[in-house]
Design a protein. Sequence first.
Length: 281
Amino acid sequence: MVPAEGLDSVKTIYKKLYPGLRDIQLAADEDLKCLEDAIERVGVLIALRTAPFDQGPQEKRLKRPRVPSPSATTVPVPVVSVPNGRGVSITLPARNSVGPPPAIPFSRDPKARREALGPQLPLQEGRKVAFHPPPGKSANGGAPDNDENTWILAIIIKSINADKNRYEVQDAEPQEDGQPGLLYNTTLRSIIPLPDPNAPPGSPSHVSEYPEFRTGATVMALYPDTSCFYRAEVIATPKELNPRGAMSSKYVPMYKLRFEDDDNQEHTVAAQLVVEWPGST
């Protein structure tokens, strides 16, 4: 019914209420985003808590010879939409219906490397990779210490002459005098591209397109707080560390690993820093 004051009064009240209600809705949407972000962070913290407490700061490991190891094997992980316990259905990172691709045995053969990495080539500037520096040349400016099983964290600087097989890479660790890491000209036979955390789902460089290693598999992973990769055994997979499947597009899958010659300590490492063990193939 029209009030005694007429329609003009109703319009005046509407003009006053509408901005306030709109601001309340925007504030509620922002609060919801903050809560979802907090839930994600708590999930990551829970996964990290599964690792044993380290007494004191971790002493940096030096690059050193590694012994050969068998190649890792994988198991596919299905993709499902699961409730997060709060009435919201969350879709896990996209994968095809048969799960991630199987691990391809590492090979130094140029043709085999190009075929295995074909969908990701050419590797883009800034892409992080595991890199095998040439034997006899120091990776950190000190005494030569590289052998067939030395792998370090490096960054793609450019493709040499637009060749998909040849690249200039830079050691991610600065030299002892504080200068940027050494530069190397290399080929795919000495590079293992790491999953790209900025790649969209479905991209060949997205972490979901990489094989998921089963418990007990032998892998190569970046040792915490260093720029060196070492052989490790998978103790728990991302699915085992997050059994409820509460994850979103920002979820970072984690592995629990036991590195060799590390007094049986267990460490939680992001899946984007875990790749197949190349051994001395």
